[in-house]
Design a binder for this molecule. Structure first.
Ligand SMILES: *Cc1c(COP(=O)(O)O)cnc(C)c1O
Length: 354
């Protein structure tokens, strides 16, 4: 893929590296690739970051023809910039996109685009341990058309945002509310995709949980409201009786890269992992009899998010005394150690940007 680069003539002042937050600052450039039916992908370019110009009838604005990815670039102590398993994100944007009848983006284009843009923006990769350059690739249907069908034109775009450490003061367990009114996804729907519409429909439950004094929701399956799906925008794992159990990839949950990473690491430690249905009844029982030892969410943003409290149908279970569990901490240390280049990457998961 030939990428033309148009450098910004007035680069922005860099933000306060100690106060980055999440998704507040954007870098000087963005990557854009066009798709036209009958021609394919064309005009790969890195241009100054700025407003997009799209027709008000563009299909993305009416029918949410959009999928996205979330990944990070990490700065190592010896000055390298690393990506973590980017080929997994390349595969996933296509499995998301095919559900929305979007054209396939060659995986190598995805990885090349991310690498080229991060390379141009190397100065924007924060250097402090725990901070990173968040990468947001996304694809939109741009054709001006009001009938409901496939779009004939698309754009694949990548933007970058330097983000602060998720846990500036150590991993802090969160309080989770089991949501039994709203649902996130059903089998046959779009739960396994990172499509914008899923998130629009989930926001209401987040506010409800906040109002009740909880940080996030635990989503249940959309048919029986009985089995655990995900927690907020993360996959979820439970340590029960020395085994780690996590919902199976049933079509309604997102196949997380961090989920897969945790499973592979746990197996390498000889910790038994079961991917299966987990009912709220089972959790309630395990919580009451003390066999629910740890619970945590997994995702790119937080890596591991320990769950200290779980409200199931009004009953508030405290997990692990409300503190982070040993295994959760060890997983966090191992994954972040590999990502920031402090630990040896025996799995071959990191790729250097150069
Ligand atoms: C992105 C996402 C995840 C986590 O996936 P990672 O690849 O680990 O970042 C889990 N659930 C939902 C709903 C998500 O959008």
């Amino acid at each position: 893929m030939q990428i033309t680069i148009q450098k910004s003539t007035n680069p922005k002042a860099k933000p306060d590296w100690n106060n980055l937050g999440f998704g507040v600052y954007y870098t000087d450039h963005m990557f854009i690739l066009d798709y036209t039916e009958g021609i394919g992908w064309h005009d790969a370019r890195i241009v100054p970051y700025g407003d997009l110009s799209i027709d008000p009838a563009a299909m993305v604005l009416h029918y949410a023809i959009e999928v996205f990815e979330g990944m990070k670039a990490y700065y190592t102590e010896d000055g390298r910039v690393l990506l973590f398993r980017p080929e997994k994100n390349a595969k996933r944007i296509n499995s998301s996109g095919s559900r929305l009848c979007m054209p396939e983006l060659p995986e190598e284009y995805f990885v090349e685009a991310v690498k080229a843009l991060v390379n141009v923006e190397r100065d924007w990769v924060p250097k402090q341990y725990g901070t990173s350059l968040y990468i947001r690739p996304f694809m939109i249907g741009t054709e001006p058309h009001l009938g409901v069908r496939k779009s004939k034109t698309y754009q694949f775009i990548v933007i970058l945002s330097p983000v602060g450490a998720y846990y500036p003061e150590g991993l802090d367990p969160v309080k989770i509310y089991v949501e039994d009114e709203y649902v996130r996804a059903v089998k046959g729907g779009t739960g396994f995709t990172k499509c914008g519409g899923n998130y629009a429909a989930s926001i209401i439950a987040q506010y409800k949980a906040k109002e009740l004094g909880y940080t996030q929701v635990l989503w249940l399956d959309g048919v029986e409201h009985k089995y655990v799906d995900e927690v907020g925008t993360m996959n979820v794992m439970f340590k029960i009786n020395d085994k780690v159990v996590t919902p199976e990839l049933s079509g309604s949950i997102l196949p997380g890269v961090t989920r897969d990473t945790c499973i592979q690491i746990l197996k390498s430690w000889d910790v038994p992992v079961e991917e299966r249905k987990i009912s709220v009844e089972e959790l309630l029982e395990a919580g009451r009899n003390g066999s629910l030892e740890e619970a945590f969410g997994t995702g790119t943003a937080a890596v591991i998010s320990p769950i200290g409290h779980l409200n199931i149908y009004g009953e508030d279970l405290t997990i692990g005394g409300g503190k982070i569990g040993e295994l959760s901490q060890k997983l966090y240390d191992t994954i972040t150690g590999i990502q920031w280049g402090k630990l040896k990457d025996n799995f071959g998961w990191t790729i250097e940007v150069k």
